[in-house]
Write a protein of this length. Structure first.
Length: 172
């Protein structure tokens, strides 16, 4: 955590780079000594090791396909910038089909909340002292009708058409 803060606040912040405290300066010197140079990207075995690391968690299990895809995209943009700055000659990441895992846009129904969970959550929100009723309406609309948050914010009372109380299907 201290290393991340040192990098974010001082190494990657051009305005504060010159006024680093001594303890942060020692951390940044340690990072510099223990990090590989950009020339390491020209070694295919190191590139493969990075891609394996991106696709696995610390415990060795496989990371979600969407996480792998996002991490590879970040790597690709970083390496593209390095090529533009003439730090690297070419982007070393493999190209073509099969290099990134396939992802699905389908929602896993097991991750959705059921009616009793939604009722409990909405009841808790409604009991909040500040804005509870307003937030209850917001989240209830999202749960029952399924619009995106920005669509709920743009709704007016006259836009809502509620089903009759005796209707079998109360959704949407």
């Amino acid at each position: 955590m201290v290393v991340r803060t040192a990098l974010r606040e001082f190494a990657f912040n051009a305005r504060r780079r010159g006024d680093t405290p001594p303890e942060i300066d020692s951390i940044l010197r340690w990072v510099e000594r223990n990090c590989l140079t950009m020339a390491a990207w020209e070694d295919p075995s190191r590139v493969d090791a990075v891609l394996r690391a991106v696709s696995s968690r610390l415990d060795g299990s496989v990371t979600a396909a969407s996480t792998i895809k996002r991490s590879r995209r970040v790597l690709d943009r970083m390496l593209e910038h390095a090529v533009k700055q003439n730090v690297l000659r070419t982007k070393p990441l493999p190209k073509g089909r099969g290099t990134t895992p396939k992802t699905s846009l389908a929602v896993d129904k097991r991750s959705l909340i059921n009616r009793s969970q939604a009722a409990g959550l909405l009841g808790w929100v409604r009991r909040r002292p500040r804005g509870g009723a307003r937030l209850h309406a917001f989240f209830a609309t999202m749960y029952w009708a399924g619009p995106r948050p920005e669509e709920v914010v743009a709704m007016y009372v006259m836009d809502a058409r509620l089903p009759p109380a005796d209707a079998g299907d109360q959704m949407g």
